[in-house]
Design a protein around this ligand. Sequence first.
Ligand code: B16
Ligand code: MG
Length: 217
Amino acid sequence: MSKVKALIFDLDGVIVDTAKYHYKAWKALANSLGFDFTEQDNELLKGVSRVRSLEILLEIGGKNFDEQKKIEFANRKNSEYVGYISQMTPDEILPGVTEMLQSVKDAGLKIVLGSASKNAPLILEKINLEHFFDAVIDGNKVSKAKPDPEVFLKGANAANVDPEQCIVFEDAIAGIEAAQNAKMKTIGVGDPQVLRNADAVISGFAGLTVHELLKMV
Ligand code: B16
Ligand code: MG
């Protein structure tokens, strides 16, 4: 087994919980179009690109619009979402994440962000974690959405390590699949029943050491 040289972190659901802001903004759009959008519906959008998220939302509402309208709706949702994330502070970093990033750095491993979000740079700036990352691959830098491995392969490449030397932390099923398609090791963050295909699953980073994480895969 090759030695682990880089840890790749998803953003939403792993480092911060921005799903609640995505939900508020998508719900407002759905309501303006005359249908409801529940928190359960929102689960379907986790880790999914903005364009695909809109398509799923419109399927739920049984609505169909031309491409121009769809772009307008996606932009409207994003403006509201950016309004929320612009107010984020480091208090919103999930428990144990900052300590874990520091110990990963101290252990001499590379740290990479692998997120579907085009807003990832703004979020990292607001929560003040950018300085930890050796590479940031986000929705602006990829053309294929998870479960395609592109985001993680570009992450490994930017960090100058082989895919087999990476562990990916993901909260979404499509993200675990993307990492496995990239031939990387996977640690799910969340419900072990939902993320059962991951090599290991944790509920969060609090109380864990980097050495414990490395032993899991
Ligand atoms: P944006 P992740 C994903 O982030 C979110 O989980 C998903 O709900 C969102 O639709 C996607 O980013 C795109 O976000 O509209 O900001 O470009 O989990 O891959 O960090
Ligand atoms: Mg996620």
